[in-house]
Design a protein around this ligand. Structure first.
Ligand SMILES: C[S@@+](CC[C@H](N)C(=O)[O-])C[C@H]1O[C@@H](n2cnc3c(N)ncnc32)[C@H](O)[C@@H]1O
Length: 478
């Protein structure tokens, strides 16, 4: 079988390394060998893998960086819409889906000569429906929000590829986030960035502008060896907090973001059975994955994952992690996200999560480690908060909210001061900053040792690395 593993653009190299690691896990290797395409030279947003069906099971359960795992159904040359219709119509969809399931079709294209991509999308939908009506006497309905089955197609200038999505909802949706904070990073982007920093679980990790805590929770999962898909696989329960905690949480969400909190998606499956569209993974709603052989394979992967989770949680007190945010509401949100992720509240990490201005925050660890954060982009976010939800920030290091404009003198001054704070207080640390602001090194008055181009959705960013000088050694930070 051929698969295309989608990831945020710029993360193809860490994805390739991660896929290799997954393929070499003994329980995965036992199910068959994988061939992984080399990372492409330009950012294609994914990688090809050839291997058995178990590739989909293992990637959905273990990949922290992938957004989706797509199973290739056909790859054909085309000149007009009808060529694509015929190719899609000839596929045995009845072996994969049933007419009583709902579906949606998505299409991406690069240099396709066809003028209406909407029309091509409709033709692919027609092809699947016509085939099923012919063979089964009925056709699936369309559901664009929560379909049981997602068909995905990609057009190049000459070729069309049709896939079945084995992930369902995008894999960045781990199942622990009940709310979004102000401008959260997607979990898989955060995990990929963490991989790019080279952070090792035994090192301290500090996020001084943590927002909803995405870096912290992704790092904890990775550090403890907890599979990223654990909640969706039904192996960990998103902790249902006590009533009081839930109330605090709702209050924090309301104050932090005036828009409606997003609907919490429940993930409850424990086995491969035809699960609902808001649960588990897409493959669990595809017929071939419900055969005894593949169910057994999935159960086998889950048994090992469950052991990994138990071992990981037993080691949670070894994590050396800390985070802060100037917005007190974010601290409540991080703590609730942490618990909902099934991570132990008493691990010690949560006492290192504090409301404080990054300009005065010091490391709670004696030894240097990795600092990782994405500062606010002024145009998307302003500092809100304080116990009363006012614009003026209360608590330690209180000061006025930053202006919306990233180029404002106040924002420049903030970065300038933060650069100085790092040089004075974080000697020996590796500091990684994700930002869309290409001029950030100049603003913090430091020379980066590395810059990695990345995309946060459509927004082009850089991950800048600064190696802070040790008191007794020279380095590139000036
Ligand atoms: C882009 S968000 C970080 C998002 C985060 N990585 C996540 O995934 O949720 C930037 C965060 O920086 C915080 N922030 C802004 N200025 C700060 C300061 N001076 N000290 C600490 N936190 C600050 C904001 O409150 C906001 O939560």
């Amino acid at each position: 079988m051929k698969f295309f593993i989608v990831c945020p653009r710029g993360l193809e190299i860490p994805l390739a390394e991660e896929l290799k690691e997954i393929s070499e896990r003994s329980e995965v290797k036992a199910l068959g060998a994988w061939v992984i395409d080399p990372p492409p030279l330009n950012n294609t947003g994914g990688l090809g893998v050839a291997g058995p069906m178990s590739v989909a099971l293992a990637i959905n359960l273990h990949s922290r960086i992938a957004s989706r795992c797509l199973l290739q159904m056909t790859h054909v040359a085309y000149r007009k819409e009808d060529d694509i219709y015929k190719a899609a119509r000839s596929l045995s969809w009845e072996d994969w889906i049933t007419p009583d399931q709902t579906m949606r079709v998505d299409l991406t294209a690069h240099r396709s000569p066809l003028t209406s991509l909407n029309f091509v999308t409709l033709r692919i939908k027609d092809a699947v429906c016509d085939r099923l009506r012919e063979v089964k006497g009925a056709r699936p309905n369309i559901d664009t929000e929560l379909p049981d089955v997602r068909v995905q197609a990609h057009l190049t200038a000459t070729h069309a590829t049709v896939y079945l999505d084995t992930s369902g909802q995008s894999l960045f949706k781990r199942g622990w986030r009940d709310d979004k904070g102000a401008a959260p990073l997607k979990e898989n982007l955060a995990a990929g960035i963490l991989a790019l920093t080279g952070w090792k679980p035994e090192q301290p990790l500090f996020d001084p502008m943590c927002g909803s805590g995405t870096f912290l929770i992704e790092a904890a999962y990775r550090g403890l060896g907890i599979p990223s898909g654990s909640i969706r696989a039904g192996l960990m329960n998103p902790q249902q907090d006590a009533a009081q905690s839930a109330q605090d949480h709702n209050q924090a969400v309301k104050s932090a973001d005036k828009s409606e909190p997003s609907k919490f998606t429940r993930y409850r499956p424990t086995r491969v059975d035809l699960v609902g569209a808001d649960q588990g993974f897409g493959f669990q709603r595809l017929k071939p994955f419900n055969t005894p052989d593949l169910k057994k394979q999935w159960d086998g992967l889950c048994i090992v994952a469950k052991k990994n989770i138990e071992q990981g949680l037993a080691n949670a007190n070894k994590l050396k992690m800390a985070a802060c945010d100037i917005n007190e509401n974010m601290i409540t949100i991080v703590k609730n996200n942490w618990k909902r992720a099934g991570l132990p509240a008493q691990s010690g990490v949560l006492s290192n999560v504090r409301q404080i201005d990054a300009l005065v925050a010091k490391s709670p660890f004696a030894e240097p480690g990795v600092m990782l954060f994405n500062p606010p982009y002024g145009e998307r976010l302003e500092i809100k908060g304080g116990r009363d939800g006012s614009e003026r920030v209360k608590g330690r290091g209180a000061r006025d909210a930053l202006p919306k404009n990233n180029n404002s003198p106040e924002f420049m001054e903030f970065l300038n001061q933060f650069g100085k704070h790092l040089k004075d207080n974080f000697q020996g640390w590796q500091v990684d900053v994700l930002t869309a602001d290409m001029g950030l090194p100049g603003q913090v008055r430091m020379k980066e040792s590395k810059r990695t181009p990345l995309f946060n959705g459509p927004l082009e960013c850089r991950l800048f690395r600064f190696d802070m000088k040790r008191p007794d050694a020279s380095s590139s930070a000036s």
